[in-house]
Design a protein around this ligand. Structure first.
Ligand SMILES: *[C@@H]1O[C@H](CO)[C@@H](O)[C@H](O)[C@H]1NC(C)=O
Ligand SMILES: *[C@@H]1O[C@H](CO)[C@@H](O)[C@H](O)[C@H]1NC(C)=O
Ligand SMILES: *[C@@H]1O[C@H](CO)[C@@H](O)[C@H](O)[C@H]1NC(C)=O
Length: 455
């Protein structure tokens, strides 16, 4: 102490400004001027890479879509959105067919606007996670075969820390994490890391306020009980298969099921036939090619999400070289094409804890805002699975099960627990904002405002 020369001090200052300047330069470099096929819009977009592990050479790709200028983006919160799989892209699903401002036309070239885009309410940060998904990559090939929950969460946390340095205007801003399906693991796990590393810090950079998950994998035992019950009560499987599933799967891991459980799941899949399990009352895409793909996954939520036809448009769009240039994506020449879901990452998934319940308990006790929503026509992570998983938290009820309304119409039901709000969206499948964009928008608005759904 006390013997720093003025020179050393100046050096530190220069270093600080140098780093600061470099990060702003990175931000400017990431600015998207115009995406191919894009209509005129009143909001700013950025995308590019953030290195999360120098040694292995892992870099994650993000796409920031700000709120429109006339809606005051600088006073709106930041929301990180994650899709699941594991191995599925938040750009393919969240951004391009759920909550983002653009949808892709069947020609795979033109974009059109989504009137219920969530960036009307918050600045949206889409992250392709983990490395190996979408444009996110690793220079260490074995990484793709050894990824699990823990590394995914740690890389996502490293991403956040570096990203906030590049976007200092978002430091201390209200920040939320949201996601769907297997992100029912990512969201609470990343939330826990942020919460724990913020502990004891006044005015933290990552000003984490809470999370929102939809049709979320939460607790393997209760999810299984609720899923099989949903299949049976909706007439999708036989009595004998229902019994077999209960016996062979219930106490196992959903990500790593036993051989017996896998066999029972296979029989159930055949009995279900050519339906869209992600949205049981809508037609599947008429494409034998994609259907084959759909039936391949042994794990119900590992295979594709909703409308396989919609996914094909994004597979065309995001593989255009000029689209990749506009996104500052694939600058290292990745050896395989951009895919909506990475089969390698999903198939070789490593650690996957059986339950998120302990994390929910910790974060509920911390007083964070936690909302769980569910589309009630999804057979992959059904509403019954989520109800059993929430029930396992044994939370006191504040407002009992009741309908919520949108313009005099029932939008779904909700129950407010001490520390957690649960909302269903009626008629929505696995990707609620895709199937019921208006109702999903209302859920998101209520979440951000911290207000109960209209009764
Ligand atoms: C991965 O390797 C490429 C080619 O050597 C290099 O340009 C890039 O910076 C590396 N990525 C990371 C995150 O280290
Ligand atoms: C799929 O489309 C083809 C050609 O349009 C048609 O002949 C076929 O019957 C359709 N299949 C299903 C299952 O709808
Ligand atoms: C990256 O670019 C190369 C061409 O340089 C292309 O062959 C590959 O499909 C692209 N991969 C991704 C993930 O975009």
């Amino acid at each position: 102490m006390g013997d720093h020369s003025p020179f050393a001090f100046l050096c530190i200052l220069l270093l600080f400004f140098g780093a600061c300047f470099a990060s702003i330069q990175d931000q400017v470099r990431d600015r998207i001027t115009n995406l191919p096929g894009q209509p005129n819009v009143g909001f700013a977009q950025y995308s590019g890479y953030v290195t999360v592990n120098k040694k292995a050479g892992r870099a994650l790709f993000y796409w920031l879509i700000e709120s429109p200028k006339n809606r005051g983006p600088e006073s709106r919160p930041l929301v990180l959105w994650l899709n699941g799989g594991p191995g599925c892209s938040s750009v393919a699903y969240g951004a391009a067919e759920e909550i983002g401002p653009f949808r892709i036309r069947p020609d795979g070239k033109a974009l059109y606007l989504n009137p219920y885009a969530w960036n009307n309410l918050a600045n949206l940060l889409f992250l392709e996670s983990p490395a190996g998904v979408g444009f996110s990559y690793s220079n260490t090939t074995t990484d793709l075969y050894t990824t699990g929950d823990q590394r995914t969460a740690e890389d996502a946390y490293a991403f956040l820390v570096n990203w906030f340095e590049r976007f200092p205007q978002y430091k201390h801003r209200d920040f939320y994490i949201a996601g769907e399906s297997y992100a029912g693991h990512y969201v609470p796990q990343l939330s826990q890391l942020v919460y724990e590393r913020n502990k004891g810090i006044q005015n933290p950079v990552i000003n984490f306020k809470g999370f929102l998950v939809g049709n979320a994998v939460t607790d393997d035992y209760h999810d299984y009980v609720g899923t099989f019950q949903y299949w049976w009560t909706h007439g999708l499987i036989s009595d004998s298969t229902y019994r077999m599933l209960r016996v062979t799967c219930d106490f196992g891991s959903s990500q790593h099921p036993s051989v017996e459980c896998m066999r029972a799941l296979k029989i159930a899949e055949v009995e279900q036939g050519n339906i869209d399990p992600y949205s049981i009352f809508t037609r599947p895409c008429n494409s034998t090619e994609t259907l084959k793909h759909n039936l391949r996954g042994h794990y119900p939520w590992m295979s594709r999400a909703y409308d396989p036809c919609t996914e094909r448009y994004s597979e065309v769009y995001f593989n255009h070289p000029e689209v990749q240039r506009a996104f500052h994506a694939n600058v290292t020449g990745i050896s395989y094409p951009w895919q909506t879901c990475s089969d390698i990452v999903g198939t070789y998934w490593a650690d996957s804890p059986l339950s998120m319940v302990p994390i929910y308990r910790e974060l509920i006790a911390a007083g964070l805002r936690i909302w769980v929503y569910s589309g009630d026509t999804d057979a992959v992570v059904p509403v019954t699975a989520t109800r059993y998983s929430i029930d396992a938290l044994k939370l006191p009820t504040i407002t009992n099960w009741s309908p919520w309304y949108d313009n005099g119409k029932v939008g779904g039901w909700n129950q407010i627990y001490k520390g957690l709000t649960f909302v269903t969206v009626t008629g929505a499948g696995h990707e609620v904002p895709l199937h019921r964009p208006r109702q999903a928008f209302i859920v998101f608005r209520s979440f951000l405002e911290g207000k109960p759904m209209a009764s």
